[in-house]
Write a protein that binds this ligand. Structure first.
Ligand code: NAD
Length: 332
């Protein structure tokens, strides 16, 4: 089979990291290059077990650094780019929007320029359902690929801006691309500031678990390994120029998610602490994944099996998340 070279940006992060491992194992004849700046969210220790593999390499580059990106593309001929690198935490975007615009918008543009100049076969831009804004609580309404973009946070506005740039590079310069918009991911190697790993780590340490507002905001949960198979499918089979929503009909309120974890770990519901709601907190996200299913995607995990697997993983990898929590405590 032909050798292909794939650049995975943000491959030291949560989803990009899982995707790197998926590709390295599934496609031994592909060369997988993980490009990451290693911000607070990047962590290479998750890749210790693949570091020795011939088909895996890491390069530390900031995607906004045009000179370094150009010099990389001068040296290497990539077939594919899967673009995960981003500032990804909504709360941080409310406190510090600038870095979100720089990385998510300008960084994407630098990569798009390189993709055009060096003739990439496919650019997959990993985006979010948050670009669609919020839904009300009517359980019959879903985000489809034609839902208008109405982002509500600096994070989702920066992602929507990058989506529009990717679309424009397709229309203007003929960039072969797909955009994927997924719901909230969970699973192994999730940074412990996000709801599910935060809850698991706090419950295991018998600490209070903060829940925004009344806990009734609804998210549609997607296991990260199901997300990886979706990106893999879109990369190889996605129709050029198309957007694909990725989600699994796993809608849960934040409170239901926290209660599920507390019950799975056999702890007290008194650990829950309701805190002041997030500014501009979107009420509900829910994905209609029909278009991706028609391409052949089928998720492996229900929310129940996925949460059970994830809780087990966090129990078995305590050293990983404790090291990250302690590292950040020592920095701040
Ligand atoms: P993450 O924060 O865990 O990882 C992001 C990675 O990008 C980190 O390794 C970080 O070091 C790297 N990075 C940041 N700035 C960079 C820069 N300037 N140059 C190079 N690398 C840089 O994020 P994640 O949760 O893995 O999300 C990956 C992608 O998926 C993002 O684009 C995000 O918007 C999207 N997404 C995530 C979710 C989710 O639930 N986590 C949901 C929808 C969409």
């Amino acid at each position: 089979m032909a050798q292909k070279k794939i650049l995975v940006t943000g491959g030291a992060g949560f989803i990009g990291g899982n995707f790197v491992q998926h590709m390295v194992h599934k496609y031994p004849h592909y060369e997988v290059v993980n490009l990451d700046l290693l911000t607070y969210a990047g962590d290479l220790s998750k890749h210790l077990h693949i570091e020795y593999k011939d088909n895996y390499r890491f390069v530390q580059i900031d995607i906004t650094n045009r000179e370094e990106i150009t010099s990389l593309f001068e040296k290497e001929k990539f077939d594919y780019i899967t673009h995960f690198a981003a500032e990804s935490h909504v709360d941080r975007s409310i406190l510090e929007p600038d870095v979100f615009i720089r990385t998510n918008v300008l960084g994407t543009q630098v990569l798009l320029d390189a993709a055009i100049k060096y003739g990439i076969t496919k650019f997959v831009h990993v985006s979010t359902d948050e670009v669609y804004g919020e839904l009300d609580f009517d359980p019959n309404t879903f985000f489809t690929e034609s839902t208008p973009l109405q982002p509500n946070s600096p994070y989702s506005a920066s992602k929507a801006s990058s989506d529009l740039l990717v679309r424009a590079y397709h229309e203007t310069y003929g960039l072969p691309m797909n955009i994927t918009r997924c719901s909230n991911n969970y699973g192994p190697y999730h940074f412990p500031e996000k709801l599910i790993p935060l809850t698991i780590s706090r419950v295991l340490n018998n600490q209070k678990v903060p829940v925004y507002g009344d806990g009734k905001n609804i998210r549609d949960w997607l296991h990260v390994l199901d997300h990886c198979t979706a990106i893999d499918l879109v990369l190889h089979k996605g129709i050029n120029g198309e957007v694909y929503n990725v989600g699994g009909h796993n809608e849960r309120t934040n409170l239901e998610v926290v209660l599920t974890i507390i019950r799975t770990l056999g702890k007290s519901e008194e650990l829950i602490e309701f805190v002041t709601d997030r500014l501009g907190h979107d009420k509900r996200y829910a994905i209609d994944p029909t278009k991706l299913e028609q391409l052949g995607w089928k998720p492996m995990f229900s929310f129940e099996t996925g949460i059970a697997q994830t809780v087990k993983w966090y129990l078995e990898h305590r050293d990983w998340w404790e090291r990250i929590i302690n590292r950040d405590a020592n920095v701040s």
